[in-house]
Design a protein around this ligand. Sequence first.
Ligand code: ATP
Ligand code: MG
Length: 415
Amino acid sequence: MNAHSLRGFRDILPPESEVFAGAEAAAREVFRLYGYRELRIPTIEAKELFVKSTGDTTDIVEKEMYAFTDQGGREVAVRPEGTPGVVRAYIENNLSQSGRNAKYFYIGGMFRAERPQAGRYREFTQIGAEHIGNPSPFADAENILVLFSILDRLGLAGLSVELNSLGCGGCRKNYRETLLAYLKANLDALCEPCRNRIDRNPLRALDCKADGPALAEKAPKMALCAPCSAHFAKTQELIKAAGREFHVNPNMVRGLDYYTRTVFEVRTSALGSQDAVAGGGRYDDLVKSMGGPQAPAIGWAMGLDRLALLLKDKPRPSADAEAFVVAASEAAREPAFKLLTELRAAGISADSSNFELSLKSQMRSADKSGAAAALILGDDELKNSSCSVKFLKDKREQLTMPAAQLPAELKKLLN
Ligand code: ATP
Ligand code: MG
């Protein structure tokens, strides 16, 4: 058998896995400050959920979804995004009745069968935040400020935040005709798939990776109705008042069907064409259209794989053990094992290699481990109830200390 992962699927090894964990921890802390609580949703859902919510003219559903018929003959799909599952959970569990804010975050793997390249994988991790049941621009501003705060914690400056409004059903209905006329007059500029779907969803052409940017530049812009216009203005005002900067980008459409009013994207110039780090928007009609109550909502998702690429050269706390325990004789093996337990109980991270290997081999492992100190127990140390400490990262002299003073003394030495 040839041990290979599938194309577009990858192993996230240390230290990259530690970058992921660090970003997740930062996000969790920010969510706590903002009152967002964790929702864990299933990885597999009914295929129909995504077709109906993400939308059947989106790339995600049309081309990228891992969908299959399961053993019971059910049409299912591995989730390509988190929002549909969160909305289903909100409806199914009657969360609108709970009396608490429906502010949820999720962290997990998403799956899309796209062409793999740097920053674009078939399994990737998203952190997402959804606020359901609050139509006010204060909810928009707060939801977007969560995203700013997480990026702050990660020390990621220099990202650009783009904001637009896609209006409500009313604005959209008027615009649809204008846009459709424009697209039909410019059929030559459209790729084959876009040409085939403009009647079903003209907006999608503006978001197309191939011809979208050039089209969007010249296309007529959506005129917002008075309430949508006021909502967008208030949202901008609140974000500005919080000291945050963004650009209004009237060409930004976002690739999902359910967005209404505010949409936004966080972009970087450091990742080539994989420039989107996070994206989101308001979805005022989705919950109702999925059979739930009238519950306007807003949310976003952030791609951790792309964040990790941006963060990989930043310094971060070491995950290496602080102490590496070495048994220099057969009699020392059990005491060494006991020492490991004592160190860990005292909050010192401790590791060892195989105590049954030679002293030389164990010392080699100690050197490679990244630990600050090797703690060596041999026959002499056992006789004197002591322990030898060899510093591995600096030139301090090896020393011997009474075993009873470990680990308290060690803590001081390592600081
Ligand atoms: P793109 O335009 O790059 O395809 P998208 O609009 O499809 O992104 P969203 O559905 O908005 O992406 O998902 C939110 C975030 O998830 C993106 O900003 C990105 O960081 C991340 N993401 C999306 N698809 C992938 C992927 N295939 N591999 C890695 N990260 C991804
Ligand atoms: Mg995409």
